[in-house]
Design a protein around this ligand. Structure first.
Ligand SMILES: [Zn+2]
Length: 177
């Protein structure tokens, strides 16, 4: 069985907007959004919107996937991980981490799929060079794939943590397909 779980990363240097945390007032929701809100499909609609932002070839990777959300900071029964991709069952599970947005965590998991399916050795070398230039990330002690997934998530997140959003990385990531 092939399952990848996402570790909780130290991220005190991340800038998160507070308004990110505020739920929209009912009056701010469009009629359609309100219906989805009520029917409990709001998350799935958000997932669909996020996936639509990705390059077509990346969208195909998650076409038959189901997305599950859990309410706690870490995955049920596992205090070290905030996301999981079960490639056999085709289920991505995301919890509600304290330091990251759920969109970010979801995209991080998709980043693993992109790494597995599209990163050639040449691209991996290119990536290693690009992230090693960012000195501060050495502190994170993450492997190249984990940092790639964070950068991937930052590239397509609505509100990326700035530590992982670098124009050079975005440019490289957008060429992968
Ligand atoms: Zn990961």
């Amino acid at each position: 069985m092939f399952i990848i779980r996402t570790f909780i990363h130290s991220c005190s240097h991340h800038a998160w907007g507070l308004d990110n945390l505020r739920a929209p007032e009912a009056s701010q929701l469009s009629e359609k959004q309100e219906i989805l809100h009520k029917s409990g499909n709001e998350e799935q609609e958000d997932v669909r919107k996020t996936i639509k932002k990705l390059p077509k070839s990346h969208q195909k990777l998650v076409k038959s996937y189901k997305f599950k959300f859990q309410k706690n900071n870490t995955l049920n029964g596992d205090h070290d991980h905030i996301g999981e991709n079960d490639e056999d069952k085709k289920i991505i599970t995301v919890c509600a981490p304290w330091n990251y947005g759920r969109e970010f965590t979801l995209l991080h998991e998709i980043g693993h799929l992109v790494w597995t399916h599209f990163m050639t050795d040449a691209l991996k070398d290119q990536w290693k060079k690009a992230y090693e230039e960012a000195e501060m990330l050495k502190k994170d002690r993450q492997n190249p794939e984990e940092i790639f997934c964070h950068a991937y998530a930052a590239t397509f997140s609505q509100r990326p943590p700035m530590a992982y959003y670098k124009p050079k990385w975005v440019k490289l990531i957008k060429t992968i397909n």
